[in-house]
Write a protein that binds this ligand. Structure first.
Ligand code: SF4
Length: 356
């Protein structure tokens, strides 16, 4: 199996995951193409480039600099401000004598993190730059949560610091959703670490503290995110990727995602591995531009709600024909066809100013 995965990625070392890429695995769990490529550790950005559809996402340099400055500001003075924010959000008095342990640095960070986080102890503690691990498709992935707060409100809490603003109490829902799934990756890794050392994994709370700048300034505001749902999705997708042999059974013999291969052969091979393109892919998967191009003219390209509402009608051309009454629906398309005709009537009425 390892040989086959190596062939798929073109013989190079597997691309390493990080929390963002592990979180992104849950973005489209029904997509076999993505699961195969990620299990093989294929270089998807290079693959997309070679196919002529380079990925167009990632944080701008400005956003990264702003995020680093905000995090440094919060962690200054031994994290006093951070501790206050976290304690207040958890609804406990700000503790005196909380310890601050910086687990950063190059030497033996996983071991130092393991020792510090599983040592037990009674007092409140903050752990900066811990390094956690998680198995993804049989490979160990290293993860770096911003901060872990321990023994505040009796449990461990992952603290996630983001630079997107909360304006009038509201943040961009897509960014909050991305932060929630990324935090769930850390919660899962921390639970596995505690369990491996004989501690109760439930000591790690499913409530994550998210800290963002308030309004248009740099004053921080903390909120709680419940990541139980994200943990379920994450576990399911990781379990699916762990069954790599099942996934490989869906891939044609000779299939490769080697970025050095001929682009036409790469595109032809990829088309044989089932995908489920949805507009959400644009934010989470490097192959999104390729898959969007491939899905052109299909209802799935318009998003899951449309795909579900028009179940059984795959082509946009068929949607238009059914809406205009230009062709009779198949029996399983009858419901969608009635919906489409009603929508077409409403649209025509609206355009002619002649409401029914
Ligand atoms: S962009 Fe393509 S490969 Fe990636 S998740 Fe979407 S459909 Fe799957």
């Amino acid at each position: 199996m390892e040989d086959r995965l190596g062939e798929i990625r073109g013989g190079g070392p597997p691309k390493r995951h990080n929390a963002r890429t592990v979180a992104a695995l849950t973005g489209n769990p029904g997509c076999t193409r993505r699961a195969v490529l990620d299990s093989a550790g294929a270089d998807k950005p290079a693959l997309a480039e070679r196919l002529g559809f380079p990925a167009r996402f990632g944080q701008s340099r400005f956003a990264i600099t702003r995020g680093n400055a905000f995090e440094a500001q919060l962690k200054a003075d031994g994290g006093v401000e951070l501790l206050r924010l976290v304690a207040e959000r958890l609804g406990v008095p700000v503790p005196a004598g909380a310890t601050w342990t910086d687990l950063g640095g190059d030497d033996d960070r996983p071991e130092r993190s393991r020792a510090a986080l599983t040592a037990g102890g009674v007092g409140p503690a903050l752990f900066d730059h811990p390094l956690l691990g998680l198995d993804v498709a049989g490979r160990r992935v290293h993860l770096e949560p911003d901060l872990v707060a321990a023994r505040l409100a009796g449990r461990f809490h992952v603290v996630e610091i983001k630079s997107f603003p909360v304006i009038d109490g509201q943040a961009d829902p897509a960014k909050v959703a991305a932060a929630a799934i990324q935090s769930a990756v850390y919660v899962l890794a921390l639970r596995e670490l505690l369990a491996a050392e004989g501690h109760d994994p439930e000591l790690v709370s499913h409530e994550v503290v998210l800290i963002c700048p308030r309004d248009f300034g740099n004053r921080p505001v903390a909120s709680l995110l419940d990541v139980r749902k994200q943990l379920l999705v994450l576990r399911r997708q990781l379990a699916r990727m762990a069954r790599v042999d099942d996934l490989l059974a869906t891939v044609p013999a000779g299939f490769t995602a080697d970025p050095a291969a001929d682009p036409a052969a790469l595109a032809a091979g990829l088309r044989q591995v089932p995908a489920r393109y949805a507009p959400d892919c644009l934010a989470v998967c490097e192959l999104a531009q390729f898959c969007r191009h491939e899905a052109r003219g299909h209802t799935g390209a318009l998003g899951r709600p449309v795909r579900e509402a028009l179940g059984g009608v795959v082509e946009v051309a068929d949607v238009l024909a059914l809406a205009e009454g230009g062709r009779a629906p198949e029996p399983e398309q009858a419901e969608a066809a009635a919906l489409l005709r009603a929508a077409a009537r409403l649209r025509a009425d609206a355009l002619t100013g002649n409401p029914a």
